[in-house]
Design a protein around this ligand. Structure first.
Ligand SMILES: Cc1cc2nc3c(=O)[nH]c(=O)nc-3n(C[C@H](O)[C@H](O)[C@H](O)COP(=O)(O)O)c2cc1C
Length: 178
């Protein structure tokens, strides 16, 4: 089994998770920008990590293209967002991006927010969204709490969250040897 982790990261959380996974599995790790420098033919497991932007996993279309080209590989997606993994919206958002019956194994990882690495438009979008959550008369206590959390930078990432992904990669490994 040979795996590669390919990541698309704006502020560093997805990159950090990609590096943790590749260190644990002892496999190659490249950014999506540098993916032309490797040959995917050399790998039988492709792990793609990217971040959530307005409910969409960024650049996920790249992975769907690879899947169309080669159905024989194992594909894993991990998506990094600002919400803790137990938020009910997370499951819905994941399923909106990757249907439940897909051959792609998918995982959500909690990241955080880093305002210092975001451009002005993204900062404004987040501020508007967090104010809306805090002030809307229909907001639940959880949404008000989320709005407060999102009004500044925070980091809820943790290496422990990669465990199911690492197990999944190794499960492909044992399947291939069987
Ligand atoms: C404009 C904008 C929209 C975002 N939309 C979502 C979202 O819909 N769901 C979510 O969980 N996180 C959302 N986030 C948070 C990012 O996914 C989060 O900060 C992630 O950790 C960024 O990963 P990166 O550091 O690899 O770029 C958004 C962030 C920005 C800047």
């Amino acid at each position: 089994m040979k795996a590669v982790v390919i990541y698309n990261s704006k502020t560093g959380f997805t990159k950090q998770y990609a590096q943790w996974i590749s260190a644990e599995v002892k496999c190659d790790c490249v950014s999506l920008e540098g993916v032309e420098r490797i040959s995917l033919k050399d790998y039988d497991t492709v792990v793609f990590g990217s971040w959530f932007h307005a409910g969409r996993i960024q650049k996920l279309s790249w992975l769907f293209e690879q899947l169309k080209k080669d159905m024989s590989k194992n594909y894993i997606v991990f998506a990094v967002g600002a919400s803790p993994s137990d938020y009910p919206e997370v499951k819905t958002a994941m399923e909106r991006n990757i249907p439940k019956n897909s051959v792609i194994k998918s995982f959500y990882l909690p990241g955080g927010l880093n305002y210092d690495k975001l451009g002005i438009t993204a900062r404004i979008m987040l501020k508007i969204y967090s104010t809306m959550l805090k002030r809307s008369k229909d907001s639940t206590p959880e949404q008000i709490k989320a709005g407060e959390m999102m009004s500044k930078s925070y980091d809820i990432s943790d290496r422990k969250y990669i465990i199911p992904i690492v197990r999944c990669i190794f499960s492909f490994n044992s399947d291939n040897r069987a």
